[in-house]
Design a protein around this ligand. Structure first.
Ligand SMILES: *Cc1c(COP(=O)(O)O)cnc(C)c1O
Length: 485
């Protein structure tokens, strides 16, 4: 077939194919041997400026050359959160099918805002939302939800809805409650919504990092006496620090008694509902009014995809519907959901596709197995640490998160020395590029934290990393004694 003359921004069929195969090969090789990739980049701004800053290119370059440049200079300077030794933050183990699904969604540039522009895209979003509603024992008929860019946007969407439904337009005296371990995105959302500091109650946690019920009840009672109107409690189902789940049943009871909105932030831990142990931890989650889950964490999806579920889908349309004239022709009838009416974004990518294709391809059982394996691995790491005289468990294995510190018993180190030792270990591990293991602070102690949701991570990987940690500890202790002599 003779090629047409080139319109701007196009390639020939053959060029597209060659280019596409190269990109696919690149992604396949990435998934093929994740353990051989450089896991972490420590580049600073100056180095990146030198490598990547450039004037706007007015003239074209060869596609292959641009691609090679990205392979050489960009992909070498990013962290790989899919790597089996990426233990920190919340890693994102991802999967190949979803990566390809994203390529399709983006390749066909499917608009997932309104029903009439892409009925099947809207329907698939309804399908995956229904799957989630079922998993979490939310009401499937009245319930609803929306896919967002991530947990932060899901929390913002939830709190906007909570305020609209509970407070209507008068919220100057409304108060909201969350624990000191709640994720920072909740505070950001509260700020975005324009609440004043005097309307926000940070409830202290107990020794196990759970929201203290007694302090929560006291705060609500005091606020009522002072003329405030409590309207919402944010419970964490899997805090990012320790994996701790707030007492959901009791919080649901308080919400029922006080007529408050119960939002559960399960961005990290929600996925554990698929594991037997997780179900026990998450008991009561089905009573939430709204629930954030984050498929780009423990549901193994590539960025970006978050999800908000609500008990009643009408709450979303009551909060977000606006009817501008320029959208009148794509309205459709009532059963046909326009997701732009259920959240903040109008133009939205087709996020449902990757979730749909990966769950359908692998089957939910494999997701269950992957989630269960993370929980079990973390428990095995706890056992391993407890058997060693060098390590101390600070917060036990909870929903695939464990916090611990190096504390060799024979050394009798002070708290200050222990903090410095564990900070040093983390720094040296990063500098060695062998793993990503960073610290957090728990009860004023510097501790090492692992979040082990990657089904490709093995106990041997972890023993290997702990072994390196012990070597760095020995060096640190040796230098320490020298200095103090
Ligand atoms: C990660 C996380 C969030 C934020 O989600 P993003 O997808 O990063 O926006 C919110 N809450 C908790 C508990 C999280 O772990």
């Amino acid at each position: 077939m003779p090629e047409k003359t080139h319109a701007p921004l196009t390639l020939t069929t053959e060029e597209m194919q060659q280019y596409g195969y190269k990109v696919v090969d690149l992604i396949v090789s990435h998934f093929g041997d994740l353990s051989s990739t450089n896991i972490v980049s420590l580049a600073d701004r100056k180095q990146m400026d030198e490598l990547l800053q450039q004037p706007i290119p007015n003239k074209p370059s060869s596609p292959e050359k641009v691609l090679q440049d990205v392979v050489d200079n960009v992909l070498t300077n990013v962290d790989f959160l899919t790597h089996p030794k990426f233990y920190s933050f919340v890693p994102s183990p991802s999967n190949f099918i979803s990566a390809m699904a994203d390529a399709i969604a983006s390749g066909f540039n499917i608009f997932s805002g309104g029903w009439s522009t892409s009925p099947a895209a809207a329907e698939l979003e309804i399908v995956v939302i229904n799957w989630f509603l079922e998993m979490f024992h939310f009401p499937v008929v009245e319930g609803g939800g929306i896919l967002t860019s991530g947990g932060s946007m899901a929390n913002l969407t939830a709190l906007t809805t909570a305020r609209r439904i509970k407070c209507k337009n008068e919220y100057s005296k409304a108060t909201i409650y969350l624990s000191d371990q709640a994720h920072s995105s909740n505070i950001k959302a509260i700020r975005v919504l324009g609440f004043k500091e005097r309307q926000v109650r940070i409830i202290p946690t107990d020794m196990e990092f759970k929201m203290s019920l007694n302090k929560l009840k006291n705060a609500i009672a005091k606020d009522k006496l002072e003329g405030y109107t409590p309207f919402c409690i944010i419970a964490s189902a899997g805090t990012t620090n320790t994996g701790t789940v707030d007492p959901l049943e009791e919080i649901a009871d308080i919400c029922a008694k006080e007529n408050l909105w119960m939002h559960v932030d399960g961005a990290y831990g929600g996925a554990a509902i698929l594991a037997d142990k997780g179900k026990t931890y998450l008991k009561g989650i089905e009573r939430a009014d709204s629930l954030t889950v984050d498929p780009h964490k423990w549901f193994f999806q590539p960025y970006e995809i978050g999800c908000l579920l609500v008990r009643n889908h009408k709450w979303l349309s009551k909060t977000f519907s606006e009817k501008p004239v320029y959208l009148r022709d794509i309205e459709g009838n009532e059963s046909e959901i326009n997701f732009y009416d259920h959240g903040i974004q109008l133009t939205r990518g087709f996020r449902a596709l990757k979730l749909y294709m990966s769950i359908k391809t692998f089957g939910l059982d494999q997701f269950k197995e992957a989630i269960q394996s993370g929980i079990s691995l973390t428990e095995n790491v706890e056992d391993f640490l407890r058997k060693s005289s060098k390590w101390e468990v600070v917060s036990p294995a909870t929903l695939a998160i464990i916090n611990f510190r190096c504390n060799p018993i024979e050394q009798n180190l002070t708290e200050k020395e222990l903090d410095a030792l564990n900070q040093y270990i983390s720094k040296e591990i990063l500098n060695s590029h062998s793993a990503v293991l960073v610290t957090t602070i728990l009860q004023d102690q510097v501790v090492l934290r692992m979040c082990l949701i990657n089904p490709r991570t093995t106990l041997d990987d972890i023993k290997d990393t702990l072994n390196s940690c012990e070597k760095f500890a020995t060096t640190f202790i040796k230098n320490m004694t020298h200095e103090s002599i």
